[in-house]
Design a protein around this ligand. Sequence first.
Ligand SMILES: O=C(O)C(=O)C[C@]1(C(=O)O)C=C[C@@H](O)C=C1
Length: 292
Amino acid sequence: MTAPHDIDLPTAGSTPAAAPNPSDTALAALRAEIDVLDDRLHELVMRRADVVARLAASGIKAGRQASPLRPGREAMILRRLLRRHAGPLPPGALVQLWREILAGSSAMQGGFSVAVYARGPEQARLAREHFGSQTPLRSHETAARALAAVANGEAQVAVLPLPEEAEAPEAAWWTGLDSPRLQVVARLPFWAPGGENVPEALAVTQGAADPSGADRTLLRLELADDRGRAQLAAALTAAGLPPRLLQLRRDGGVVRALAEVDGVVAADDPRLGSLPARALPLGGYAVPERGE
Ligand SMILES: O=C(O)C(=O)C[C@]1(C(=O)O)C=C[C@@H](O)C=C1
């Protein structure tokens, strides 16, 4: 026998429980699916961080370079992921997710901060997006000050504007870059939608970049005589270093050129010896990815 209070009888005037709305049920089911996937993703992100911690603790990288940053390796990771990427998530969102992960990985390996000299808010934003939302970023009044912060170990990376031919002598930071101590190691942004004129910047650290498999080098050329751009381009091409870009400056009596060439060119590369100029590699970067 059931006790009377166990029987669920509708009482006069009460309304029956509302049937669940089918769209609410569907929403709850999809959100439950998302929760399961978020847990899995989180698990993997934590496992990845454990591997980076093991890498850092092993000391394998110790002493090789002042900064934990390996832009070439990061470029290889991002290129591989972009190649396998499919589905509706925009590639820019994929890259930004990994930029946060990679920045967090660098921070885990010791102090990691960035000195920024930006000509405008867009370049400052590039630094923030590339080095993640959590990385300490400090703005400097001049490129020289941002470089000094890296040279004295206050920061691990300087983010500086891409050189422009017509800029003032004090803005042309590359003319005095203390290479090979300080070198260009990355070009920002690594990924951007194609077909747009994107603002860009260069990153400088102590020591050289690690090659990524598709790289470019910046060469500083100091010319003994004032030869023209076409002549210099021809000499570079004849040496096996056809320039993708060539900026020429005449500051006081000194003629300097900045050339961007394909591949990784070291200071002892024999091709540099045949040039009609003193040539010094200023570092280089992984060729940035520009979307369709
Ligand atoms: O491969 C390394 O050297 C790492 O430190 C790991 C890692 C990563 O998280 O994948 C982190 C930072 C570097 O800039 C590159 C890669």
